[in-house]
Structures are given as structure tokens and as C-alpha cells.
Design a protein around this ligand. Structure first.
Ligand code: UFG
Length: 335
């Protein structure tokens, strides 16, 4: 049984990936520092799969702790989720973002180099494309200057991995996520935003449940059919499954290059107003919202061309926007 290290395995996407890995028979060991996750998620994962993953509370910025972990565990592959992810916060605290997101990546790659551990999956983001010139966005679209330190950590991260693969004979895949939403079918794991949510869906569900007075729709003067910005919202379970297939590809040595990148989205763009309408339909709740100014740094539209992942990873998103929104709503009601 292959043993996979999942860093950030108690977080939103990480916890769903742990479940899908266990479902496919992988042995999972989690590293998480609990800075943006809860220890209870470990029990929730266990209650979904019936298998308690091995868990280590480690801050990956502490090199000695990382070394000790690898001294005591033999690992066949790493899926690296652990990172800070708030765009706005990264503008306020760039050095924290570089230290955490880049530092932990470098330490992991050093251990891989020194111990000849192969097979690395990296959480990247469609943010690397900025406002792409052509839609849908393929992996060949040019990388645009990062809009935030957070986005820059994803761009630099990809470069560090690519250079390390070349220099140290490692194999890696970067998955460029579009907008992950939703919760597991069991409604036992989901997104747990700290404080006031910055992302659309948690703000929508918190407004519907009465925690927030109203949703601000950031701009209705974009050059889109209804004037609101367009994104590609992907169900987190579909996204999690892409990680399992990417890891399988590396373990079976089916990759064509030592560093590959894949878009992970649905291929369909939805506007903010379409999301609001779909949410109202599935939840049966009218949503209190108002149109306000555009949010600084937001792009007009982004959605994925997923041909590469469809053909090469044999992965395709299966769940609809409505299914994803309904699961987010059930998850919110359960909190
Ligand atoms: N939006 C609102 N009101 C809100 C929150 C969001 O109208 O309260 C709008 C945004 O303006 C945007 C859309 O909803 O048009 C989606 O916004 P999110 O914040 O949910 O997602 P983003 O596309 O802005 O950001 C996401 C990830 C980032 C990543 C980025 C890459 O959260 O980590 O995609 O483009 F960097």
C-alpha cells in the first residue's frame, strides 16, 4: 500500500483529498499545523472512511521538525496543500506569505532530494494566468504578473518545483485550481473560513443563514452578459479526485515530463448573479444582496479549458454548480 503524505490535510481541499485517497486504498499521513483548520476534522474523516489517518501537528516552517518527520516515516508521495491562501491578507503580510508558502515548499523538496522521495503534487491556482487573453484558459496561456503576494507564491512555487525536478530528478504535477466550492456528500467535512469570508460562496451561505446582513456583489459593470464577474466554480470532491489521479500518474511513472501542470475546473463559467440565482433556487432562500463597487484586483472572467486533464489524467468534473451550492448550504446549516 503506497503511503502518501498530505500536508494541510485537515484543511478544506486537503481533507477531501484525504478521503478520496483512502477510498482508493492509499495509506495517508497528514501534517497540519492547525493554523487554519480544526483537529475535529480528523474524526470527521475517520467517520466517513472508517480509517483514522496518521496525524502529525507540525509547522513546516520548522526545518528540524520536518527532518524529524521524514526520519521516522517512509513516504511514497507528497500532496502539498499547506499554505496561507487569503489574497487580501497577503498584501498586508507579504513576508509571512513568502516565509510560509515558499519556506515550507523548499524544506519539503530538500527532504525529497536528500532521501530520494519522488512524486510531488502542488496546489497551484488559476491566479497564475491573471486576466487571460483567451477564454477558456488552457495550460499554454501565458503566466501574467501576480496580482498579490499570495498569487506570487503560487508562481514562484511552480518555478521552484520545476527547477528542482530538473536538478534533482524529481517528478511533480502542479494542479491549477479554479474556484473550489461545496462540501462532502456526507456533510461531515467542508469549508471552515476564519472570520469574515472573502470568498463568494461562504459569504452567500453565511448571509442566507443570517450571520451576515447582506452580500455585496462586487461590480455589475464588467463586460459580461449580466455585468457581473465570471468564474469557474468546481466541486471540492471533483477537485480532490484530480489529486488522486495525478498521484497515480506519478506513481505509475506515466508522466511525459518531470513537471506537468493541469487546469482543474469544470470548463463552465458562471457569473456572480448566476451563482446567486442558482443558490436561491437550490436553497429556497431569497438572498439579501446589493451591488457595490468592483473589488480591487478582481478580474473579469476566468474559466478552464480542461481538455488536458480530461485526456491525460482521465479526469472530468462530475458535479453541477447546483449540487455544489446545495452541499455548501447543507454544510452551512450544519455549522
Ligand atoms: N464576490 C462578490 N462578493 C463577495 C465575494 C466575492 O461579489 O463577497 C465576487 C468576486 O468579485 C468574484 C467572485 O465573486 O467575481 C468570486 O470571488 P472569490 O473571492 O470567491 O474568488 P476569486 O476568484 O476572487 O479568488 C479565487 C481564490 C483565490 C485565487 C483566485 C484566482 O479564492 O485564492 O481565485 O483567480 F487566487
Amino acid at each position: 500500500m503506497k503511503k502518501i503524505l498530505v500536508t494541510g490535510g485537515l484543511g478544506f481541499i486537503g481533507s477531501h483529498a484525504v478521503v478520496e485517497l483512502q477510498n482508493k486504498g492509499y495509506q495517508v499521513v497528514i501534517i497540519d499545523d492547525l493554523s487554519n483548520s480544526r483537529i475535529e476534522v480528523l474524526d470527521s474523516i475517520t467517520s466517513i472512511t472508517g480509517i483514522k489517518p496518521d496525524f502529525h501537528q507540525i509547522d513546516l516552517r520548522v526545518k528540524i521538525d520536518v527532518q524529524n518527520f521524514f526520519n521516522n516515516n517512509s513516504i511514497d508521495g507528497i500532496i502539498h496543500f499547506a499554505a496561507f491562501k487569503a489574497v487580501g491578507e497577503s498584501v498586508e503580510k507579504p513576508l509571512e506569505y513568502y516565509e510560509n508558502n515558499i519556506g515550507s515548499l523548499v524544506y519539503l523538496l530538500q527532504e525529497m532530494r536528500d532521501r530520494k522521495i519522488d512524486n510531488f503534487i502542488f496546489s497551484s491556482s488559476c491566479t497564475v494566468y491573471g486576466q487571460a487573453d483567451e477564454l477558456p484558459i488552457t495550460e499554454k496561456a501565458p503566466i501574467k504578473p501576480a496580482e498579490s503576494p499570495y498569487g506570487n507564491t503560487k508562481q514562484i512555487g511552480e518555478e521552484i518545483i520545476k527547477e528542482s525536478c530538473n536538478a534533482y530528478n524529481l517528478n511533480a504535477i502542479a494542479l491549477r485550481y479554479f474556484n473550489p466550492i461545496g462540501a462532502h456528500d456526507s456533510i461531515k467535512i467542508g469549508e471552515l473560513p476564519l472570520g469574515v469570508p472573502q470568498n463568494l460562496i461562504p459569504y452567500v451561505t453565511q448571509t442566507a443563514i443570517g450571520m451576515r446582513e447582506e452580500l455585496s456583489v462586487f461590480g455589475d459593470d464588467y463586460p459580461t452578459p449580466d455585468g457581473t464577474a465570471i468564474r469557474d466554480y468546481i466541486h471540492v470532491v471533483d477537485l480532490a479526485k484530480a489529486h488522486v489521479l495525478a498521484m497515480k500518474r506519478l506513481l505509475e511513472k506515466k508522466n511525459n515530463k518531470n513537471f506537468e501542470t493541469f487546469n482543474v475546473g469544470t470548463g463552465t463559467g458562471s457569473s456572480v448573479m448566476e451563482v446567486i440565482n442558482a443558490f436561491e433556487k437550490v436553497s429556497g432562500k431569497p438572498l439579501n444582496y446589493k451591488i457595490v463597487e468592483r473589488r480591487q484586483g478582481d478580474i473579469t472572467a476566468a474559466y478552464a479549458d480542461t481538455t488536458f486533464a480530461n485526456e491525460v489524467l482521465e479526469w472530468k468534473s462530475e458535479k453541477t454548480l447546483e449540487e455544489a451550492l446545495l452541499s455548501s448550504w447543507k454544510w452551512q446549516q450544519k455549522q
